[in-house]
Design a protein around this ligand. Structure first.
Ligand code: DAH
Length: 334
């Protein structure tokens, strides 16, 4: 008997080594461990063996069975490994995995931030769900002020709203810190505007604020000049036009020389050579007083521009809705 067990083991070993695929191994498995298999037949013999040898024989047959099951599994996994290895054709060109990228608005935001970081500005943040106080009152826009109509607001609860601009971040920063201040903040803003080629209810702004002693309108112009040259190229110029915003005095609309035609006149600048980019001005005394600064010691300037507008001019995008349509063919170009 023992020789039979050893013979069976050796035969199965040889058989498995010779197996060329999983199919070979499976048929060996049936031959040895199947219902009518060699090992199964031995198991059935156990009860017929003379009593003094039964126990030893039983142990040997069971050990054989266990070994056979393991050897078969082992061989199967080796085979699948080697088969897989041979399946790989290293000469084939690789498959490109589709990779995500930053949204164009995020890219422009980061570009703007890097221009201001290089001028020594800090980057601040503020909440999109804002208190009416920071969005309006503290910015010299009291409850009955007509300027509130310019900014159709999503109110969430009495005194709470979705910020209509990034200017409340000015107030939060001034209340938290002492002058001098040099900051910008970018972020989403919300207004109840009807959607068209130049309006979306969600849009992105960049806000800037500088507060120090002896700050003048010339500093505002100089900083804006650096900003637009960093983003649109070194030959871009800035022009300040009188305008009104309750939180600045004097206030100015900022125009840049058209980066598309270099100021000669083209459809983008409506043949004027200039493109209006956003608001700016010297921080209003009421705002400085509201945050506890003494206007006879500290002055400052501020500006707020649309990131979408910057991106549209930089990349020749005609419709603001493109930024929010999630069309991957469009977004993938940037
Ligand atoms: N917050 C203004 C708006 O969204 C833009 C603006 C104008 C911001 C003048 C400023 C500024 O900081 O000085 O309409």
């Amino acid at each position: 008997m023992p020789s039979t067990i050893d013979e069976i083991r050796t035969a199965l070993e040889t058989r498995l080594t010779a197996a060329r695929d999983a199919q070979d191994v499976r048929s060996a498995q049936i031959e040895y461990l199947g219902k009518k298999g060699t090992v199964t037949a031995l198991l059935k013999q156990i009860s017929g063996v003379a009593e003094d040898q039964r126990r030893q024989f039983g142990e040997q047959v069971n050990a054989l069975k266990q070994w056979a099951a393991q050897a078969i599994e082992q061989r199967l996994s080796n085979l699948s490994f080697t088969t897989r290895r041979y399946d790989i054709d290293f000469s084939l060109p690789g498959q490109l995995m589709p990779a995500g990228k930053k949204h164009i608005l995020t890219q422009v935001e980061e570009e703007v931030e890097s221009v201001f970081l290089s001028m020594g500005f800090d980057i601040e943040e503020g909440p999109e769900i804002e208190q009416e106080y920071y969005n309006f009152e503290a910015l010299n826009i009291p409850a009955d002020h007509p300027a509130r109509d310019m900014q159709d607001t999503f109110y969430l609860a009495p005194g709470m709203l979705l910020r209509t601009h990034t200017s409340p971040i000015q107030v939060r920063t001034m209340k938290r810190e002492n002058p001098p201040i040099r900051m910008i903040a970018t972020g989403r803003c919300y207004r109840r505007d009807a959607v068209d080629a130049s309006h979306t209810p969600v849009f992105t702004q960049v806000e800037g604020l500088v507060i120090d002693k002896d700050i003048t309108f010339a500093d505002l112009k100089g900083v804006l000049q650096e900003f637009v040259r960093g983003v649109f190229g070194s030959s871009t110029n800035v022009k300040l036009l009188p305008s009104f915003f309750p939180f600045v005095e004097p206030g100015a609309e900022t125009a840049i020389s058209c980066p598309i035609c270099g100021g000669k006149g083209c459809p983008t600048c409506k043949n004027s050579g200039w493109i209006e980019m956003g608001g700016s001005g010297m921080v209003h005394q009421n705002v400085l007083q509201e945050v506890g600064y003494d206007p006879s010691i500290y002055q400052g300037f501020a500006f707020g521009w649309g990131i979408e507008r910057i991106a549209m001019i930089k990349y020749g995008i005609r419709d603001i809705r493109m930024f929010y349509d999630n069309d991957l063919d469009f977004l993938g170009q940037f």
